[in-house]
Design a protein around this ligand. Structure first.
Ligand SMILES: [Zn+2]
Length: 123
């Protein structure tokens, strides 16, 4: 429920039960991964970098915990919200590490990177 660069401590964040459901952009056009990463860089890059990689990793871990909780007992809207937060934190961490997310996921774009088929036929 917390966007990258949020000043509050991870412990201060409420669980999905108390989280306001963010707007659900079901009608919005899809977001390009590279555009999203660039936008996250513009929006949060400087401050997240100043806070450091370990703080960003801690935030990401916190958000994954919130996503796990939302998947277990949250509403669909809360799950959508938490998925967005996790992807945003992954993007800001990738920015700090100089990783291009589009390039990083490219090996999954044409099926399983191991067996090369879709659906995967790995044992
Ligand atoms: Zn496979």
């Amino acid at each position: 429920m917390t966007a990258p660069d949020s000043p509050d401590s991870p412990d201060a964040s409420a669980g999905p039960a108390g989280a306001p459901a963010g707007p659900v952009d079901g009608t919005a056009a899809g977001v390009d991964l590279a555009d999203l990463q660039a936008s996250i860089e513009r929006t949060y890059g400087e401050r997240d970098r100043a806070r450091g990689v370990s703080a960003t990793v801690a935030w990401l871990a916190e958000e994954i915990g919130e996503l796990a909780q939302a998947v277990r007992k949250g509403t669909h809207e809360q799950q959508v919200h938490e998925f967005g937060d996790v992807v945003a934190w992954v993007a800001t961490l990738a920015n700090q590490q100089g990783v291009d997310l589009s390039a990083a996921v490219r090996r999954y774009a044409r099926g399983c990177p191991r067996c090369g088929t879709s659906p995967c036929t790995c044992p």
